[in-house]
Design a protein around this ligand. Structure first.
Ligand code: ZN
Length: 271
């Protein structure tokens, strides 16, 4: 299936603001986490409306998804209102019925996301939003908490929470589209036993000793990213690579790389 992920706002349009947070950044972070989590899913193609802080109109977003022939359009947002409202809600186009396939998808996503996000459940809703109306495929817009509410925004600041929210979306996708996971890529520790040149390994950092590499693994874990040390024995020295993922899909590898760079791991690379 072809999944179009749309992190709301971006560039000159920050979206909502509150408690030191900017909506466009939270949306992008969650979207990149979703893309990275989909690495192990079979038969899925992903396209993002933006994978960095880009200005893009609503029509550009929906035109792209329509031209690509996406099977599902997933728009990621955070809410704001009066500082008192809080919780999670999601939207489908108000011109479609409760017996539509889109409504069925909403039901599935809603129950999976609410299990993971620890937010007040504001329910499943309908609205006449551009991205829901102008998309030719089923479309869902999730509002992942209120950025101007003290409790919701405190959650948004936690990387673990954003990872959980991404996981909720991915569980929804797996259920709604009956997706299956690939047999996990077994990462080869020794360079002498590399399988094929096909796999893309994400290296978050490389060190000349084990201790700083292990420290970085701890930092990555607090972001919800599993990593391990891959030792490379060179003639002159031993290098301790922190390997944060192995992918057969270049798209998914790029998504994790972007996320790491956004999180300040500027040295991260694919090998
Ligand atoms: Zn928004």
């Amino acid at each position: 299936m072809k999944l179009f992920i749309d992190p709301g706002h971006g560039g000159s349009d920050p979206g909502a603001k509150g408690n030191g947070l900017v909506e466009k950044e939270i949306n992008l972070d969650i979207a990149l986490r979703i893309a990275a989590l989909l690495a192990d899913i079979k038969d899925i193609q992903i396209r993002l409306s933006r994978d960095k802080d880009t200005t893009k109109s609503l029509s550009e977003r929906t035109d792209e998804a329509n031209a690509w022939g996406a099977d599902f359009y997933l728009s990621i947002h955070c809410n704001s209102f009066n500082g008192h409202a809080r919780g999670y809600e999601d939207f489908i186009y108000d011109g479609i019925s409760n017996s539509s396939i889109t409504a069925a998808y909403q039901q599935i996503f809603h129950s999976e996301i609410i299990k993971k996000n620890n937010l007040l459940d504001r329910g499943q809703k309908k609205a006449n939003y551009h991205v829901l109306r102008e998309t030719m495929m089923p479309a869902l817009l999730t509002e992942n908490g209120f950025i101007d509410h003290p409790l919701d925004s405190a959650s948004m600041k936690e990387t673990i929470w954003r990872q959980d929210v991404a996981e909720g979306h991915v569980r929804g996708l797996i259920k709604a589209f009956h997706l299956q996971t690939n047999t996990p890529d077994t990462p080869s520790i020794s360079p002498h036993h590399e399988k094929s040149g096909e796999l893309k390994r994400i290296i978050a950092g490389s060190f000349s000793s084990r201790v700083p590499a292990e420290r970085q693994i701890g930092n990555l874990r607090s972001m919800g990213i599993q990593a391990f040390i891959s030792v490379e024995n060179m003639t002159e020295q031993t290098i301790f690579h922190v390997q944060a993922g192995t992918f057969s899909s270049n798209q998914n590898a790029q998504a994790l790389l972007k996320m790491l760079k956004n999180a300040g791991y500027h040295e991260a690379f694919i090998r």
